[in-house]
Design a protein around this ligand. Structure first.
Ligand code: GAL
Length: 437
């Protein structure tokens, strides 16, 4: 610094230096920035995104958020299609289940084989997770978490006050429902929104038929399975469940979002909820204390099964200019630190099968049960239809719409609905060249 510099000059110069430093720092903070399209907009989902953003930033990658509201991703899938058609595909997009293959078929998805190989994904990931990421022998997606759908949440405080034990069987469940009703509390929180009704229904199909029957119905699309007494029992159960919901007394209620249901549950308006474990993530984010205020268990008769939905992200290749950053994102998503922190917020469990005792002990009992059951293997697993694990979008949408129709319209008998769904399945199978009749 020249001796003739006055105080003011020193100050100005310092300010300039810090401005440059700041600029340099923010550039150093994020060397790359990726545009990420997803459907995580609830409070816990946003919390999980913020966690991912901060972790990526440690590696100098900025996650630019493109969140499209709509539970289950219905809106996000539409936006993704229109963005790709307009040539504005995101660098990273939430895409799950067979939809991954549909997009990969178009040749738009970056292959992540090097990331998978260098990080030993085939060895460290649960086999079902790993299979979901593969397309024609190439890894085309990065997984984040395994959600379990067949969960029963109950208001533990209320259950204690009313002397109700945790429901283990359907008889227990009915007794709990009657007790709650007598105390003027709606027994089951349930929206009439199509995907939420169908989420309950697929759990009931698993309850009545177990994983083999479930796969026959939703994966193999055997039309005769829809005429099976087990399918009839699941439909009957759906109507019975409806009798425990607010819809039974008020048919004109608007379709509630799943976060509205979480609010009702936290307020003590409803005593139980059957929902994927993103629901647990949301309750925890709302400050609800597990075991004290609410508890979770599996839906009766499904304790050994795992109805799963696996969240994953694909990278759109574009002109390959973002490949390095995209590969880094994929690698980080599966890293132990991100797996642990992210899944705790989101309510899901790790996609890795190499968890040690310490990592397991850090999980709550529902997460432990989810992870252990999932890793017992395929015979225990059922892929969620509604959450895109079992079938293509067209089949899923047709089934989900019909299940909601049946739920809302008493004039459709169980038998009639079986016939309708079987006919729809036959027609869709013929259209798509599926030889299953
Ligand atoms: C599922 C998704 C979850 C959660 C949920 C509600 O399809 O796997 O991560 O977002 O929808 O939107």
């Amino acid at each position: 610094m020249p001796l003739w510099w006055g105080k003011q000059q020193v100050f100005e110069n310092k300010a300039k230096i810090s401005a440059v430093a700041l600029l340099f720092c923010s550039q150093a903070f994020a060397n790359d920035s990726v545009d990420v399209l997803h459907w995580w907009t609830s409070t816990s989902e946003r919390g999980a995104v913020r966690f991912l953003q901060s972790k990526l930033l440690e590696d100098k990658i900025e996650w630019r958020d493109a969140a499209i509201p709509g539970g289950g991703g219905i809106g996000a899938m539409r936006v993704l299609k229109s963005r790709v058609l307009a040539g504005k595909q995101p660098a990273v997009a939430q895409l799950i289940g067979p939809a991954i293959a549909e997009w990969a078929d178009l040749g738009l998805i970056l292959e992540l084989d090097n990331v998978a190989k260098n990080n030993a994904w085939p060895k460290t990931l649960s086999p079902t997770v790993n299979e979901l990421l593969l397309h024609r022998g190439h890894t085309v997606a990065a997984p984040l978490g395994v959600h379990r759908i067949n969960n029963l949440y109950y208001n533990a405080k209320l259950f204690r006050e009313l002397g109700i034990a945790e429901p283990k069987t359907m008889d227990d469940f009915k007794r709990a429902a009657l007790r709650l009703s007598a105390a003027n509390i709606t027994p089951l929180g349930q929206s009439t929104e199509a995907w939420q009704v169908a989420t309950l229904f697929e759990t009931l199909v698993l309850m009545e038929g177990g994983p083999a029957f479930y796969r026959d119905v939703f994966v193999r699309r055997n039309a005769n399975a829809y005429l099976d007494p087990k399918f009839a029992r699941a439909l009957n159960r759906l109507r019975q469940m409806r009798a425990y919901t607010a819809y039974a007394s008020n048919k004109s209620q608007r379709e509630l979002s799943w976060t509205d249901i979480a609010q009702q549950f936290a307020n003590g308006q409803v005593g139980m909820v059957i929902m994927g474990d993103w629901f647990k993530g949301e309750l925890l984010t709302m400050g609800q204390k597990l075991e004290q205020q609410f508890a979770c268990t599996t839906v009766p008769n499904t304790q050994n099964y795992h109805l799963y939905s696996i969240d994953s992200f694909v990278m759109f290749s574009g002109d390959y200019s973002q490949q390095t950053a995209q590969e880094k994102v994929a690698q980080l998503m599966v890293s132990p630190a991100i797996q642990q922190g992210y899944n705790r917020i989101k309510g899901s469990v790790s996609v890795r099968r190499d968890l040690d005792q310490k990592a397991l002990a850090a999980m709550d009992r529902c997460a432990q049960s989810s992870w252990q059951t999932f890793n017992r293997g395929k015979a225990m697993q059922a892929p969620s239809l509604v959450h895109r694990m079992a079938a293509d979008e067209k089949f899923k949408d047709a089934m989900v719409a019909q299940i909601q129709k049946f739920y809302l319209d008493d004039s459709i008998s169980v038998q009639e609905n079986q016939q309708r769904m079987a006919a729809m399945v036959r027609a869709l199978n013929i259209q798509e060249g599926n030889t299953e009749q």
